[in-house]
Design a binder for this molecule. Structure first.
Ligand SMILES: [Zn+2]
Length: 55
């Protein structure tokens, strides 16, 4: 199963959530493990790779 990185927009905690592809496809709601909000955003890949090509 793939791991997805998330960042909480409330408390800024970063965490990893393991989801199945099916769960991810259905847009499973992810909660912050620290403050419990669902205001989290995906962190895609390495954040330092900003100069790589856009797709
Ligand atoms: Zn949080």
């Amino acid at each position: 199963m793939p791991d997805y990185d998330f960042k909480c927009t409330e408390c800024r905690k970063r965490f990893t959530e393991t989801q199945t592809f099916e769960e991810h496809d259905r847009g499973k709601r992810v909660k912050c493990p620290k403050c419990g909000t669902q205001k989290v955003e995906r962190v895609i890949g390495a954040v330092f790779a900003k100069t790589s090509k856009k797709s």
